[in-house]
Design a protein around this ligand. Structure first.
Ligand SMILES: [Zn+2]
Length: 290
């Protein structure tokens, strides 16, 4: 069996682009530090809305294939080599937004049996043996069916893997502290006339916003190569994201700040010390000093 680095991080996401928006700095940092970073994406996002006019013809499987290429480019930007689709490409279809008939597609992730899908993730956990897993909160951050399902699959897989003798020591949910993102949006509204964007999103449009007190961990990226890598990774998802400097839009056209410090809530495992952790692996005994 191939020797793996001492520190191993697994991220579970719904669609290509979610990893770069939520965890781009974190992934770039740990990859650069020599940790083994594994991304499992549950669908190819083939029901996503396409922003660029020149790519508007892409839909369904063609869009899924294109987004696979965008994901690969984003992973090059972040320095991450191990990225996989849950159960292989096309195993689970994008479920579309909540309440659409897309959710009824029997092949979509929302209709998948959680135990069956989790078993596929357990295979990855048993192979990679991550100490740390990152995913969404129970609402998927903002209620998208695929994000909710990715959460359920990830949490179920953690339980099943523990039963199989392969425990994940720490589990984190993606979070955004309210006071900080309110400050970011105030800056964005002031700068909006100088951006190519017409309107700003609101704090309520950002997934995973919670009171600051719930934040256990922050990975700082301001002014670092990791923030630049995150920006490049987000740009690689060109069908879904338009980046301009410190701001970006999704297909709704509403400007948001690129979050260069990424925040987490530890939900399984022991917090290393009082105060906010600055390392997802804090308190975990790895063979290498970190
Ligand atoms: Zn998504």
């Amino acid at each position: 069996m191939k020797e793996l680095p001492a520190r191993r991080l697994l991220l579970v996401h719904a669609h290509p682009d979610d990893e770069s928006i939520n965890n781009g700095v974190t992934m770039a940092r740990y990859a650069a530090e020599g940790a083994h970073v594994t991304l499992v994406t549950c669908t190819l996002g083939e029901r996503g809305e396409v922003i660029p006019q020149g790519l508007a013809h892409l839909s369904g499987a063609a869009l899924g294939g294109h987004r696979r290429g965008e994901l690969a480019a984003a992973m090059r930007a972040l320095g991450v080599e191990d990225f996989r689709l849950l159960g292989g490409p096309g195993r689970f279809a994008d479920s579309g937004m909540m309440g659409l008939s897309d959710n009824d597609d029997p092949g979509c992730l929302w209709r998948a049996d959680v135990d069956e899908a989790a078993a596929l993730l357990v295979e990855v956990i048993r192979e990679v043996r991550p100490q740390v897993l990152v995913t969404y909160d129970p609402d998927g951050g903002y209620g998208h069916p695929d994000h909710i399902q990715a959460h359920r699959i990830a949490m179920r897989a953690v339980d099943l893997a523990a039963e199989a003798g392969c425990p994940v020591e720490k589990v984190y949910w993606n979070r955004v502290p309210r006071s900080r993102v309110e400050d970011d949006f105030a800056r964005l509204r002031a700068a909006l006339p100088d951006t190519p964007f017409d309107r700003a999103a609101g704090v309520e449009d950002v997934p995973g916003v919670v009171d600051d007190a719930r934040i256990t961990t922050e990975i700082r990226g301001e002014g670092t190569a990791y923030a630049a890598a995150k920006s490049a990774a987000m740009r690689a998802h060109a069908t879904q994201i338009t980046v301009d400097g410190p701001y970006f839009v999704l297909s709704n056209g509403l400007a948001q700040p690129v979050l260069t410090t990424e925040h987490y809530e530890l939900v399984r495992g022991a917090r290393a010390r009082d105060g906010v952790e600055s390392d997802l692996f804090a308190g975990i005994g790895t063979e290498e000093a970190s």
